[in-house]
Design a protein around this ligand. Sequence first.
Ligand code: NAP
Length: 308
Amino acid sequence: MARKLVIIGSGPAGYTAALYAARADLAPLMYAGLQPGGQLTITTDVENYPGFPDGIMGPEMMELFRKQAERFGTEIDIGRITDVDFSKRPFVLTDGKGETVEAEAVIVSTGATARLLGVPGEDHLMGYGVSACATCDGAFFRDVHVGVVGGGDSAMEEADFLTKFASKVSILHRREDFRASKIMLKRAEDNPKIEFVTNVVVDEMVAQDDKRKLKGAKVRNTVSGEESFMELDGLFVAIGHSPNTEIFKGKLDMFDTGYLKVTEFTKTSVEGVFAAGDVADSKYRQAITAAGTGCMAALDAERFLAGH
Ligand code: NAP
């Protein structure tokens, strides 16, 4: 028998949708995906989520979200949906093991994933001095010089975090102005271990001669065009995220960037399929906004199911 509601993805959006849907007796089934809890499970302190005046660690917060969703009867599957058929209802979703589940309504909350630079050497050295997650890998870089690429909040946060371990952190940013919020930028500027290198792009990540380990980066000044080599023991890429919408290509309307198109708040191009969180939000991308749209998607799904 078809489930009333299946939720794909388990960040703040998915868990909040699950909480609301479970309390509305929709007995939601959630597919938690490869990284249950989503991006917040690889961050440290969350200081801007209301209700936690002293801050809370990202993984701990997602654990609380999960418990609250489960308390009202959300069923969580640690699997991943790999294919969807939205051409007729009930919709058919296929998981990584090839098993299928039918659903009257679906909420897509698959979030976004860190973007990479795509320069030579990056793939080869990923995990060997190059990383896209300071929280995961920062502790491997004690008393050494590391670089962080990017000029947004992620870059500031990663750089600040890395100063717990590294002796020096250079923020490499392609222009002079920063996208980062004032408070995060100021915190990085006030940190004596952080150096700002502006108007610079990384053209290549270079390995040491005798082993698979980062030696440094070939960088280029975007104003003068001058090229130089920067010796680095670690290089963290913090240049934003791409939405996880691969499996919805050709099935749900999306922008060129891959973010899902929504109308009337959470409705996708397919009636009965709703979107919440970063997967449909290229602008705000906050835990609190993701949770808010998760709530909205559940209320929209509830209304849709009541009318069908
Ligand atoms: P972002 O705001 O989109 O910033 C990405 C940065 O990377 C920009 O400075 C961009 O440069 C640079 N960049 C992008 N592509 C590049 C490339 N190919 N080569 C070199 N540089 C490149 O992304 P984010 O920092 O991940 O932040 C995303 C959202 O999450 C924001 O809303 C942010 O406020 C939020 N966030 C909040 C917190 C917090 O409050 N604790 C922490 C992290 C993130 P340009 O500026 O030149 O485009």
